[in-house]
Design a protein around this ligand. Structure first.
Ligand code: F58
Length: 837
């Protein structure tokens, strides 16, 4: 604000003292050592790798802050439209390596650290992942932040500052055990803003009365107040001074809440209890992936975060002194799934109850402001909240929801007078016992665009779950933005050697900012030296993963074997069970082979990783089976190197960075029509691995781009799923004989107590096989046989890999962000002023 600025005559003096970014190894080391000795109070005789990490992180943090301050200043002065990305999850992973690469100073730091006795790789590994997300949805948000900053969009992320991110997974006796992930002990990447707080109200009642002029005033009163405190995280763009902001809200008791009255009158305990209750709101990330459980605390989290973010956004807009009619030309808000849907209701409440706008005018602004991204068609993942719960926690919001619904249904009735049933289907309120609020319906009605995340998925939402809404609003409200990944983290950072090799052929690192530039690699596909270097890099990456496996699991794997990897959340629809049944099938086949036949087989390592939601029993059973199979197979002398089965514990972003560059084949084998997009499929192909997959999600578009000779597709199509499920229910199918053998082996106790796996097997044999494992099993195994054959011809295999990488340009998250900006947000980049101070 004006009052807080340095007076004009003193500004020159100030500028003289503004810190300058380091550019040489010595300048870097000076900063790092200064931080280690003063900020951390450590010394020459007391500096381990953790301290070296802290010093390095603090030095780079200083570096980022300079750009960050300037960027925020420029964005304020530029006064153009901004994007706000609302996501309950940001799966950021580690920040240091990314910061070093994005500001282009990693080599400086490498040299500087070497000078004081450290290896940069060891230092980087000291950082704890920021794991504020479950899986694909949260990682997508993190990739989008990187792209928005790299492309200079004026954009902020808004999320929650969970004290506990996704749990740490330990495998004990073959079972998943969840351990809390307390990640905040030392986090140099966040800036607490104790001066930026918002009071958030819950419960209470609604009071309606007429003011002096006869106007009806609605007020939400009473209840309890919890305070939101802002924590800001800098998000540096790659090769640009733009540094955007991610604002995470933490909860604490409102200032009046820690009641000194209570305290002094001896009720110390209860006053502390109030405090703890408030802090519970942002305490923990819900660990479900594609499942909605309707817990009150989750709804509290959602409102707390939406209300704090909206207050912040509206406050920033009001500072511009513009008319409300300008709001949606200044502000675009993207809803990452339905979790932030209450933001729609909250903005309507602010405009009508607090700012005194007419309902229709306010609603217009709301609709023009919001866009909604859907990430799933699975019915169990579609959010619904019970009306009584909503009534209790957010009484005014429930009224507004009813009003939105009323106007919406009147509109539908006018336009579709002959279709009475439609009203019930599209209503925001589901007439069940108890009644439920359908969040996706609010999100659709309150936004101007709705998008899916891959072509098939965007078509499916239009023809299935949101079909009626397409009739009501016309097809143009629905669109597709196929997901992408940031090539900075997922190529340059995760696979530095490959990134350098590519840069050496393409004349620099320009492809990291325009990934379509990769296409020029195709002209080198026959270049002998290039091919040799490529193979050596893949081998080195496999050695790196083999070391991780040895350290974590104690199992030695042969880096020359075919690495077959499936890493992602464990879920029945993703079908890790199909994979492990396939592995058992292979094991049984090996056992029956003659020594000559065995010699002809390509050795394999089957690698799994991923967390199961703590309450998802079937997913945990799958983890258990994988570990049991590993125990038997890895110790079978008959098998030796021909097959190894590994479950890597605690799969997370930093492990993915080691895993993705090391695959020969990765598995993306969901039941057709269930995986909205998938994004690890893109990461693996971009790193020179081939994939086996179903015709689902982005696999389809990957196939179109890289060519069907370069991918191993199998299985039934989405359009056949209904009929197949029907056939199961009416017993009109016979169990595949290969799969039956696998089940016999399990039932016979080959992998330990058969009872442990009976639900898994029976779900397929007796209970309808909802995910169609048996229908796809034969085709899956045959395709793996084709992979074995193809892998024998290493030259052809290599050609497929290089060609695929060359054709992956489309899957950059930069392309996604440009599409969102153009089709949904209508925002322009803000070219940074180099010396904009
Ligand atoms: C994922 N969804 C999709 N949800 O499953 C995946 O196909 C897609 O590529 C990705 O989004 C990005 O679009 C997903 O990760 C969740 O984890 C939610 C967490 C909160 C509860 C509901 C599921």
């Amino acid at each position: 604000s004006v009052e807080a600025s340095i007076p004009e005559p003193q500004r020159e003096a100030w500028k003289k003292f503004t810190p300058k970014p380091f550019t040489s190894p010595d300048e870097f080391s000076k900063e790092a050592v200064r931080h280690i000795e003063t900020t951390l109070a450590r010394s020459l005789f007391n500096c381990d790798e953790t301290a070296a990490y802290s010093g390095t992180a603090l030095a780079f943090r200083d570096r980022l802050v300079l750009d960050w301050n300037k960027t925020q200043q420029n964005q304020t002065f530029a006064d153009q439209k901004r994007v706000y990305y609302l996501s309950l999850e940001f799966l950021m992973g580690r920040a240091l390596d990314n910061a070093m690469l994005n500001v282009g100073q990693k080599e400086t730091a490498r040299q500087g650290l070497a000078d004081i006795g450290f290896r940069i790789e060891d230092v980087i590994q000291q950082e704890h992942d920021a794991a504020l997300g479950n899986g694909g949805l949260g990682r997508l948000a993190a990739c989008f932040l990187d792209s928005m900053a790299s492309l200079n969009y004026p954009a902020w992320g808004y999320g929650l500052r969970y004290r506990y991110g996704i749990f740490k997974q330990e495998i004990v006796d073959g079972y998943q055990v969840e351990v809390p992930d307390y990640w905040l002990d030392f986090n140099p990447w966040e800036f607490p803003r104790h001066d930026i707080t918002v009071d958030i109200q819950f419960y209470g009642h609604v009071n309606r009365f007429q003011d002096d002029t006869g106007k009806t005033i609605t007020q939400w009163e009473g209840g309890e107040i919890v305070q939101a405190v802002a924590y800001d995280v800098p998000v540096p763009g790659y090769d640009t001074p733009t540094c955007n902001n991610l604002r995470l809200w933490g909860s604490k008791a409102a200032s009046g809440e820690f009641d000194f009255q209570k305290f002094n009158s001896g009720e110390y305990e209860s006053s502390v209890a109030d405090q703890q209750r408030a802090e519970t709101i942002s305490a923990v990330l819900y660990p479900n992936d594609n499942l909605d459980r309707g817990k009150e605390l989750r709804l509290k989290q959602q409102y707390f975060w939406c209300a704090a973010s909206l207050y912040d956004i509206v406050r920033r807009f009001k500072k511009t002194k513009r008319a409300w009619a300008d709001f949606s030309s200044q502000v675009a808000i993207q809803l990452n799934d339905t979790h932030p849907t209450l933001a729609i209701v909250e903005l309507q409440r602010i405009l009508v109850d607090q700012e005194g706008l007419e309902w229709d005018e306010a609603w217009n602004i709301v609709q023009n402001t919001f866009g909604y991204t859907n990430h799933t068609v699975l019915p169990e993942a579609l959010e619904k909240w019970s009306v009584p719960l909503m009534q209790h926690l957010l009484p005014r919001h429930l009224q507004i929801i009813y009003e939105i619904n009323l106007f919406f249904l009147q509109y539908v009735e006018r336009n579709f007078p002959k279709d009475r049933e439609m009203l019930g289907r599209v209503s925001i309120i589901e007439e069940s016992q108890p009644k439920m609020v359908r969040m996706a319906h609010i999100a659709i009605v309150g936004s101007h665009k709705v998008n899916g995340v891959a072509e098939l998925h965007s078509d499916l939402i239009k023809t299935t779950i949101f079909k009626d809404f397409v009739k009501i609003y016309g097809p143009d409200k629905f669109t597709n933005v196929t997901n992408g990944i940031t090539p900075r983290r997922w190529l340059h950072q995760a696979n530095p050697k490959l990134s350098e090799l590519i840069a050496s052929k393409l004349g620099g690192h320009g492809f990291l900012k325009d990934l379509t530039g990769l296409h020029k690699l195709e002209s080198f596909v026959d270049d002998k030296d290039f091919r040799k270097e490529w193979s050596e890099i893949k081998y080195a990456n496999k050695v790196r993963l083999a070391k991780l496996i040895k350290d974590a699991n104690g199992v030695t794997v042969n880096p020359a074997a075919l690495f077959d990897i499936q890493v992602k959340r464990i879920h029945e629809y993703k079908r890790q069970q199909l994979n492990i049944f396939g592995v058992i099938h292979r094991y049984l086949a090996i056992k029956e082979m003659s020594p000559e036949e065995r010699k002809k087989l390509a050795p394999r390592v089957s690698i799994f990783g991923g967390k199961a939601a703590p309450g998802y029993w079937m997913a945990k059973t799958v983890i258990h089976l994988i570990n049991q199979v590993g125990k038997v197979v890895n110790n079978d002398k008959d098998v030796g190197d021909l097959l190894k089965v590994i479950f890597l514990e605690d799969y997370n972003v930093s492990k993915a960075e080691i895993i993705c560059p090391a695959s020969d084949i990765s598995e993306h084998i969901s039941t057709a029509g269930t995986e909205a997009s998938g994004t690890s499929n893109m990461k693996f192909v971009l790193n020179g691995g081939l994939i086996i997959g179903t015709c689902d999600g982005a696999n389809i578009e990957i196939t179109r781009e890289i060519g069907e000779n370069n991918i191993f597709l199998f299985g039934n199509l989405a359009e056949d799923v209904d009929e197949l499920r029907h056939a199961h229910l009416y017993g009109e199918y016979t169990l595949d004989s290969g799969l039956n053998k696998v089940f016999e082996a399990i039932r016979g106790g080959m992998f330990g107590d058969a009872n442990a796996f009976s639900a898994l097997v029976n779900g397929i044999v007796d209970h309808g096989d909802y995910y169609l494992v048996s229908d796809d099993f034969a085709s899956y195994c045959q395709t793996h046989d084709l992979i074995d054959e193809a892998y024998k011809n290493q030259e052809e295999w290599l050609t497929k890999c290089i060609t695929s990488v060359a054709r992956m340009g489309f899957f950059s998250s930069d392309r996604c962000i440009d599409e969102y900006a153009e089709m949904i947000w209508n925002v322009e980049p803000l070219v940074p002023k180099e010396n904009g101070a």
